[in-house]
Design a protein around this ligand. Structure first.
Ligand code: ADP
Ligand code: MG
Length: 257
């Protein structure tokens, strides 16, 4: 069994009166590709945001590389604990790459400048080294000839591939994707899924929220179906797509397959 990179136990999150995550338990193992599917509003994005500490969880625990982070620490010296928490969260977040539906590239910077920004600004890498690495990553996602273009000069699919290269530049142990192809014109979806497929084959650990059932079926080691803030079932794509155990999974799949 591979090591667990990310472990969540009893993760709860509420917004106002709505409990959006109702106690999520999950292990993500090194090298695994986990696809998360489920209806809109079921809490998929919130779950990823909790993993990346973009949201603070209300209850439960999240471990990254065996280290407990991202929960309210109670103690007599609250201030020290808060500072420690902030430092832990920063360090852990560097180990996690995230790709969103919208690409969020810096519009006034070229592809290569976008990709090298993190390593230079956050990790203090020398610019020359960061640029060399950025150009290599852009070549890996098929954009060697777009390295010096600005986002506005790129298609949505190309921008999303730059965003993937930018996340990879931080050398993450885990990549989170939140519907990375949902904002793309249909003809551009394939090039982004292709890059993600290559990344999966290279051994990257990935959690992918997606509506692309073909991708999930082909690339995922495990598929997890979420509904109303809970994990309804998880299993190999073969079993989950052809013989789901729960009626809710069956009902959802009948709407998307
Ligand atoms: P999904 O990604 O599965 O579509 P989300 O995690 O985005 O679901 O949302 C789950 C629920 O939480 C939805 O009802 C959504 O309206 C609500 N929600 C998400 N983010 C916030 C927020 N920042 N404030 C209030 N409600 C939110
Ligand atoms: Mg979402």
């Amino acid at each position: 069994m591979n090591d667990v990179i990310l472990r969540a136990r009893g993760v709860r999150k509420r917004f106002g009166d709505t409990e959006v995550l109702k106690g999520i338990d999950l292990d993500v193992r090194s090298g695994e590709v986990l696809c998360v599917i489920g209806p809109s509003g079921s809490g998929k994005s919130t779950l990823l945001r909790c993993f990346n500490h973009l949201e603070r969880i209300d209850a439960g625990r999240v471990w990254m590389d065996g280290e407990l982070v991202g929960y309210e620490q109670h103690g007599p010296s609250g201030r020290v604990l808060r500072e420690r928490r902030a430092r832990d969260v920063r360090r852990q977040r560097e180990r996690i790459g995230m790709v969103f539906q919208r690409f969020h590239l810096f519009p006034h910077r070229t592809s290569v400048q976008n990709v090298m920004e993190g390593p230079v600004a956050v990790k203090g890498q020398p610019r020359a080294q960061a640029e060399k690495q950025a150009r290599k990553l852009l070549a890996d996602v098929g954009l060697a000839d777009r390295a010096d273009h600005y986002p506005a000069q790129l298609s949505g699919g190309q921008q999303q591939r730059v965003a993937i290269a930018r996340a990879l530049a931080m050398e993450p142990a885990l990549m989170l994707f939140d519907e990375p192809t949902s904002a793309l014109d249909p003809e551009l979806v394939g090039e982004v899924l292709g890059v993600m497929r290559d990344l999966a084959r290279s051994g990257m650990t990935m959690v992918v929220v997606t509506h692309e059932m073909g991708f999930a079926r082909e690339v995922a080691d495990r598929v997890l179906f979420m509904d109303r803030g809970a994990v309804v079932e998880a299993g190999s794509p073969d079993v989950l797509f052809t013989d789901p155990r729960h009626e809710r999974t069956r009902a959802f799949l009948s709407t998307v397959l």
